[in-house]
Design a protein. Structure first.
Length: 266
């Protein structure tokens, strides 16, 4: 199986990094909590509450609405002209939405697919794993919110089943998420995955508290490879550890959300 060790990120606008996507007509981005370059975070506060500084994109976390709207507009301005972003109401389920046009209302789903140009798909996270997909021709894209519950409910398999592209022609990108060291789960979570495949047990390491440290990225990679996808890129950055770059729900509970964005640019 071929695994791409990295897809380079390039800072393009404060807390937005562009992903060097293999398909030329696909644009992909990852946002961060604070700018990753030299701009001082003390000079660019956008929220009245420190827990949401600087670039929160989640409307559902009790941040000031106008702050989130301003941040979303800034993100939209980085995309090509006339591009719209479709946001999801993510409920940690496994519903997959086929997006044919942008809606002002959030679509309740944890994965989405589109074949439309200039229609960006967004996944919000603050520890869960974001997965972006496209075919190599850049004519079909998907975005997946891969927390442990969606993964255990086979959200990757369900997403790929609704894509028109053959899996051998799909490339995948796994974004920043909580790392194994800080993602502690109970035995019931491990069992949910073992019920799918005993091979998944290697992604759970027993700790001295009778619980397990789980590897979200490893679990997702297993599912992608089992489905026939060999071109997989990993960012391998821990949202819990990197406080000055990412929001983390497990670290702070009251916090903002990053977004992973993918779009067929034209």
């Amino acid at each position: 199986m071929k695994i791409l060790n990295s897809i380079k990120l390039k800072s393009i606008n404060l807390a937005i990094e562009k992903i060097a996507w293999p398909a030329l007509n696909v644009t992909a981005m990852q946002t961060t909590r604070y700018p990753t370059k030299t701009t001082s975070k003390k000079t660019i506060k956008h929220s009245l509450l420190p827990c949401y500084d600087h670039f929160n994109l989640g409307l559902h976390v009790n941040d000031t609405k106008q702050n989130v709207v301003n941040n979303r507009e800034q993100l939209l301005n980085v995309l090509s002209t006339k591009t719209k972003i479709q946001w999801l109401d993510q409920v940690h389920g496994s519903n997959v939405a086929i997006i044919t046009g942008d809606s002002l209302q959030s679509v309740q789903a944890d994965a989405c697919i589109t074949r439309e140009k200039k229609l960006a798909l967004a996944i919000m996270t603050a520890d869960c794993l974001p997965i972006l997909l496209s075919n190599k021709a850049g004519t079909e894209i998907a975005a997946v919110h891969a927390g442990w519950r969606p993964l255990a409910d086979n959200i990757i398999v369900k997403t790929l089943a609704q894509m028109h592209s053959q899996t051998q022609n799909i490339v995948a990108w796994l974004g920043p998420c909580i790392g194994t060291t800080h993602f502690e789960v109970g035995s019931e979570v491990k069992q949910a995955f073992i019920d799918i495949s005993v091979e998944l047990s290697v992604f759970f390491i027993a700790n001295d508290r009778g619980r397990y440290q789980a590897d979200l990225s490893g679990i997702a990679t297993f599912f992608l490879q089992q489905a026939g996808i060999s071109s997989i890129a990993h960012i391998n950055e821990c949202t819990f550890t990197q406080k000055n770059k990412y929001y983390s729900y497990r670290r702070e509970q009251k916090t903002g959300r990053m977004a992973s964005i993918i779009c067929i640019s034209g």
